[in-house]
Ligand binder design. Structure first.
Ligand code: ADP
Ligand code: MG
Length: 219
């Protein structure tokens, strides 16, 4: 079976003056449709750098990223942006919501940017995530749990093959975190490939598989 997400020998260096950090040293991984994988590792181990390279937000210095058999790495920014909009749902801790748009309009904007014809129905999507009652609310009016659900609605606006989430439950209480994790499991059951970077034991416990990163390398 083709992996939904495939990374091969990813390297990423950062230079700040004389200081050199090798944030990724040859990371390879695959996530298949329907898998919910947790990426765990201490702070500074390279989780966010890896997630950004996988999402095409950052460009690896070496190696390749493929999303559903389309090359993401070493492409122009417009090509990466289009691939990202159509095939990847992104959920990063700094929420992916625009403050002056309602929840509903945030989802609609994400759909417009992807220019796809087979858009999920917005009210249906919001209902499936348990946030329909807040569809007219603005991000600043939402609780932590509602923000997570609304962010997930934006991430799922274009029925992505891959969901990438970086510390998505970092600011949630335990009960709300469990709800979000149940949504991830339900989503994986529909065939979405999910990779969640987190140091929360609850995320690791909910995942089908755990990948550990230490000092920029998988262990
Ligand atoms: P994690 O998400 O696991 O906490 P990061 O991927 O954020 O780890 O960071 C991995 C390493 O790369 C750290 O040493 C960090 O300081 C460094 N790093 C990350 N981003 C940059 C950057 N833009 N410039 C310089 N160093 C960076
Ligand atoms: Mg991080």
């Amino acid at each position: 079976m083709t992996a939904a997400l495939h990374a091969e020998s990813l390297y990423r260096f950062f230079r700040a003056g004389d200081e050199e950090t090798l944030a990724l040293r040859g990371v390879s991984l695959e996530v298949h449709p329907g898998q919910f994988v947790a990426l765990v590792g201490p702070s500074g181990s390279g989780k966010s750098t890896l997630m950004s390279c996988l999402a095409g937000i950052d460009e690896p210095d070496g190696g390749t990223v493929r999303i559903t058999d389309h090359r993401m790495s070493h492409q122009s920014e417009p090509v990466r942006a289009e691939l990202r909009a159509r095939r990847i749902g992104l959920l990063f801790q700094s929420a992916n919501l625009i403050g002056h748009l309602s929840v509903r309009d945030n989802v609609r904007l994400a759909q417009r940017l992807a220019r796809r014809r087979d858009r999920p129905d917005v009210p249906e999507l919001l209902t499936s995530l348990g946030i329909a009652a807040r569809s007219g609310a603005y991000p600043g009016q939402l609780s932590g749990g509602e923000t997570a659900r609304a962010g997930l609605a934006v991430a799922l606006a274009n029925r992505p093959a891959v969901l990438l989430a970086d510390e998505p439950t970092g600011e949630l209480d335990e009960g709300t975190e469990q709800h979000v994790l149940q949504l991830f499991s339900a989503l994986a059951a529909t065939g979405v490939a999910i990779l969640v970077a987190s140091h929360s034991p609850a995320v690791a416990a909910a995942a089908d598989r755990i990948i550990t990163i230490t000092d920029g390398a998988l262990t």
